[in-house]
Design a protein around this ligand. Structure first.
Ligand SMILES: Cc1cc2nc3c(=O)[nH]c(=O)nc-3n(C[C@H](O)[C@H](O)[C@H](O)COP(=O)(O)OP(=O)(O)OC[C@H]3O[C@@H](n4cnc5c(N)ncnc54)[C@H](O)[C@@H]3O)c2cc1C
Length: 421
């Protein structure tokens, strides 16, 4: 079995993705006789935002930590996220909610990203190496990690969770800038949920996604503070204009104090080689898109789960043969998330501003070219078109109700209704 070929594993990076990977290897490796190295450079900070999630994280953290749900939620300063509440999006000029399914039952967490990594470290058994990694290269039967000031090491499998690539290169990355935003301004404000005396907060909460003239603002309620982020395009709008509109939004929202946290530029991309048999890129090293539907942690979960499943359950001889299929599957899934997120902009918003005209009329129409199967090597666009086809039918057959394209048909249907698609 494949587990016999996984005697020495490395995880590079200690952000959300790397921490999930290290805890998952610890939990899922069927033997105790293996080495896990958790490598990170303590001089390079983690992104530390990423406070929304999908319901699969609730189950996964329960399994990885062996702690009851209630304890996990409290440790994360968490609240229960039942969906995303959209304000001002689409052409109908009415607010609506995208619920997880089943509605009002299934929930995810709003969580503090920094304490999530702490929680996962407690469930990880690994040798910790604080060093800068210079290169991770495929070698015969594995991968070699080159360090600054240390001898290189060979591993059977390396998870590369080093965060965003420095720049996007067309031969390595699929550019998905049909998603029209590329920068976030993050602010932290006082908590708005009431903490329970004993036990987790049971109140149903939603991530608010509020359309604004220059983009949109997320509002994420945690027990210790409320996280706000203004997501915009720095090539369309100056950050000063965004800050001014952010001020006026907080004022109308009744928030009188805030802490300015960061301005974070981000790329929207999918790596063409997420997995090559010995190196698995995960988290922001594998792909990224703006946080409108909180798709980053769930993507990392999928990447880690898929790679470990294949490597533990298939024989070592099939590693080379499996790699392109796994890679195509992982690219396809993230690209489907990307198409789902980009589509949110297709009906504009209540603002007829430069940003919203750019998003609707210039950025989104590029999605067909960007996701062309000839260019990306997977059928994400065809699957997305099939979803659009289903939404346009007068009746959707019961046989189709469970169809997915990244997310379930129910998510597409709710967004379609809300946006006025
Ligand atoms: C504005 C914004 C909002 C977001 N909101 C959400 C959300 O609501 N939900 C969600 O799921 N996600 C969200 N995300 C995504 C979130 O950033 C990721 O889920 C998460 O941070 C994963 O990051 P990572 O672990 O891949 O990388 P990082 O957090 O960047 O960690 C990188 C790690 O690699 C190490 N490292 C880097 N280079 C080297 C090197 N050369 N040698 C050794 N170590 C190295 C660093 O020390 C660090 O430990 C958001 C992102 C942004 C920008």
């Amino acid at each position: 079995m494949g587990k016999n070929s996984l005697r020495k594993i490395a995880v590079v990076g200690r952000g959300t993705a790397g921490s999930l990977a290290a805890a998952s290897v610890t939990r899922l490796h069927p033997d105790s006789d293996y080495e896990l190295h958790h490598i990170y450079d303590s001089r390079i900070p983690i992104i530390g935002v990423g406070e929304g999630s999908w319901p699969s994280l609730v189950q996964e953290l329960r399994q990885l930590t062996d702690l009851p749900h209630e304890t996990v939620q409290q440790r994360l300063n968490g609240t229960r996220k039942y969906g995303v509440a959209f304000e001002g999006w689409g052409r109908r000029n009415r607010d609506f909610t995208h619920y997880f399914t089943p509605q009002q039952v299934s929930y995810a967490y709003h969580l503090s990203a920094d304490v999530l990594t702490d929680l996962l470290h407690e469930s990880t058994r690994a040798r910790h190496i604080d060093a800068k990694v210079l290169d991770i290269a495929r070698v015969e039967d594995g991968a070699q990690v080159e360090f600054e000031g240390r001898a290189p090491e060979r591993y059977d499998l390396v998870f590369d969770a080093r965060g965003f690539p420095r720049d996007l290169q067309p031969d390595r990355h699929i550019d998905i800038s049909f998603i029209p935003t590329n920068t976030a301004v993050i602010r932290r404000c006082p908590a708005i949920v009431e903490e329970e005396r004993a036990g987790p907060v049971l109140q149903h909460t939603y991530t608010r996604a509020v359309a604004r003239p220059h983009g949109w603002i997320f509002v994420i309620p945690l027990t210790v503070h409320t996280s706000y982020g203004y997501i915009f395009n720095r090539d369309v709008t100056d950050v000063e204009e965004v800050e001014l509109d952010f001020d006026s939004f907080l004022e109308t929202d009744g928030v009188s104090e805030f802490e300015q946290r960061a301005v974070i530029p981000f790329p929207n991309f999918v790596h063409r080689r997420i997995y090559n048999g010995a190196v698995a890129r995960i988290g922001n090293a594998a792909a990224f898109m703006e946080p409108l539907e909180a798709t980053a942690i769930v993507s990392a979960q999928l990447q880690i789960g898929m790679v470990l499943h294949i490597r533990f359950n298939r024989s070592a001889e099939t590693v080379e043969r499996d790699a392109p299929t796994v890679n195509r599957f992982l690219i396809g899934t993230v690209l489907r998330y990307g198409l789902f997120v980009g589509w949110h902009y297709s009906c504009g918003s209540k603002y007829d501003s430069e940003f919203w005209r750019y998003a609707r009329d210039r950025a989104w129409p590029q999605h067909r070219e960007a996701a062309d199967p000839e260019v990306v090597g997977c059928d994400a666009l065809r699957k997305f078109d099939e979803m659009m086809g289903l939404l346009n039918r007068p009746v959707i057959d019961k046989a189709d109700w469970d169809r997915m394209c990244g997310v379930p048909l129910t998510s597409y249907a709710q967004m379609s209704q809300g946006l006025g698609y």
